[in-house]
Design a protein around this ligand. Structure first.
Ligand code: FAD
Ligand code: MLT
Ligand code: ZN
Length: 483
């Protein structure tokens, strides 16, 4: 697959690892948290999609912020490049080394520090796995304001560093709103304590926002303070079929207006995406009779009054059915059925992986134009590929995925730069929620003006003058041609 990887040269200003370095790290972390085992390294060097592969020879597992600080201080003085790594579920080649960068694995920093039941504010370490936080909060009567298919492995620090969106953003907003504070270690080892637990704090620039979505390029997130909503017990999930994309769109507008405060998710997948799930994942079935529908929508409502919420949803669905927006649909009768419906949507990335090679695009576009791109891509690629559309319709976020038996440059050349040019022409974003990583570092100009990228580059230089933090990712390898 090599030819598909972004072609970058190893930065010669970085040192290579020596035995003295290893001894130093063993001195601060202890023998067992300095990992040189080949099997462990092979996993850390490979991304979730098996598309990007580095050749790191060292993985470090700090247990405290002070250890992270000592590691970075040392790496900075030695010019050793590093990659912060959470659950390694990132989809843009950002979480794995490109060459021999040292992997800083955050999984041992996995403690909940405090939870305030009055305010709903959770403070925890960055290596906490999202699903563990969800379970912890569930016992307290709260939920995380974000949820995503990778919850079993991704870490809150990784979520924050990618500014992950996910399945609940339509209701609870982005992490820029729910994260109240962060503790971050800078490239030189300085610890920035911004771990506030206040809803309101207008004392100067709100620097935590720089680190939300900066993909480990400006600092390592070590602790997090996040506002969590109370768990409401009336949850309903409907799995619906629509004949055309226009109906999905109209359904969204209606849902926002008529379900209002109880709407907690509005996801869609096209019939090709559903077919992939049905054909490649075990234990799944289509809850709707086997008629061909072109689109499927999953609507979730979350509220505090079972009778009222159910009535409201049923009235909405009846109205939508009578108006022809929905051609069929089913309302989950219990939690198991609700989870099964969710799996039909959340299982799409895994099903795509099982189907073969996948070219993955994560775009923000005006909702009314969004699906035109899928249609155009199908016309371009003909029978040579399976073009699939799904995503967070409620947030204007399309996941355009192109599935082929294997990767090849000819297919890639038909997809790119077309997909980026199309998105740019419609004033969309080439990364709605996955970040830029290695995959799209050089494509940033499709979504950001040169002056903005220059300022980002200056900020990077100021915070990480030697560029040791996650090199080759996020920012373009050169901005000269754009100035
Ligand atoms: P990693 O993959 O390990 O790292 C991601 C980036 O963050 C890298 O650049 C890494 O260097 C950096 N990083 C990690 N931890 C830290 C830290 N503590 N400090 C500084 N930098 C750090 N994304 C969405 O937005 N919405 C979705 O719905 C969604 N669904 C997904 C479903 C599946 C099945 C999969 C495989 C992925 C999905 N993703 C989704 C993408 C991915 O899960 C998210 O980007 C997630 O937030 C990454 O978390 P992680 O802990 O795995 O981070
Ligand atoms: C999703 O919404 O399923 C994720 O972002 C993963 C993907 O885009 O495949
Ligand atoms: Zn997504």
């Amino acid at each position: 697959f090599g030819s598909l990887a972004e072609k970058v040269q190893r930065d010669p200003s970085f040192s290579t690892l020596s035995s003295d370095d290893i001894s130093y790290f063993k001195g601060i972390l202890g023998e067992k948290n300095v990992v040189q085992d080949e099997e462990r390294l092979a996993i850390a060097n490979t991304d979730w999609m098996h598309k990007y592969k580095g050749s790191s020879k060292l993985l470090l597992q700090p247990q405290t912020t002070e250890e992270v600080s000592q590691i970075l201080k040392y790496c900075n003085s030695r010019s050793l490049a590093v990659v912060p790594q959470g659950g390694n579920t990132g989809l843009v080649g950002g979480s794995v080394p490109v060459f021999d960068e040292v992997v800083i694995n955050m999984s041992l920093m996995n403690n909940v520090i405090s939870f305030d039941k009055v305010s709903g504010i959770l403070v925890c370490e960055a290596g906490c796995i999202l699903e563990n936080l969800i379970t912890f909060l569930d016992n307290q009567g709260f939920i995380m304001p974000l949820d995503l298919g990778a919850k079993g492995s991704c870490q809150i620090g990784g979520n924050i560093s990618t500014n992950a969106g996910g399945l609940r953003l339509v209701r609870y907003g982005s992490l820029h709103g729910t994260v109240l504070g962060l503790e971050v270690v800078l490239a030189n080892g300085d610890i920035l304590d911004m771990l506030g637990t206040l809803r309101k704090d207008n004392t100067g620039y709100d620097l935590k926002h720089l680190f939300i979505g900066s993909e480990g390029s400006l600092g390592i997130v070590t602790k997090v303070s996040i506002l969590t909503p109370p768990k409401l017990f009336s949850v309903n999930v409907a799995f619906l079929a629509c004949q055309d994309y226009f109906s999905c769109q109209k359904l969204l507008v209606e849902a926002k207006g008529k379900l209002g405060e109880i709407l907690s998710a509005f996801e869609f997948l096209d019939s090709k995406a559903l077919d992939l799930v049905l054909n490649h994942l075990d234990g799944v079935r289509n809850p709707l009779p086997p008629t061909i529908h072109n689109f499927y929508v999953l609507i979730e409502t979350t509220g505090s009054d079972e009778t009222y919420d159910r009535q409201k949803l049923e009235a909405f669905l009846l109205h939508a059915m009578e108006g022809g927006l929905i051609s069929d649909g089913v309302l989950a009768q219990d939690m198991n059925q609700a989870s099964a419906f969710w799996y039909l949507r959340e299982g799409v990335p895994e099903a795509l992986m099982k189907a073969g090679a996948v070219y993955k695009y994560d775009l923000s576009l005006p909702v009314e134009k969004m699906y035109d791109l899928v249609d155009e891509m199908r016309t371009r690629l003909g029978d040579s590929a399976n073009v699939v559309g799904y995503g967070h319709l409620g947030d204007g976020n399309l996941h355009l995925n192109i599935s082929t038996p294997q990767y090849d440059d000819r297919t890639l050349a038909q997809i790119e730069p077309f997909v980026y040019e199309w998105t740019s022409a419609h004033r969309g974003s080439i990364s709605a929620e996955h970040g830029l990583g290695l995959m799209k570092a050089n494509k940033i100009f499709y979504s950001k003006p040169t002056a903005t990228v220059k300022l980002m580059t200056s900020i990077k230089k100021m915070l990480d003058p030697k560029g040791i933090l996650n090199p080759y990712k996020v920012l373009p390898h050169s901005i000269d041609s754009h100035s």
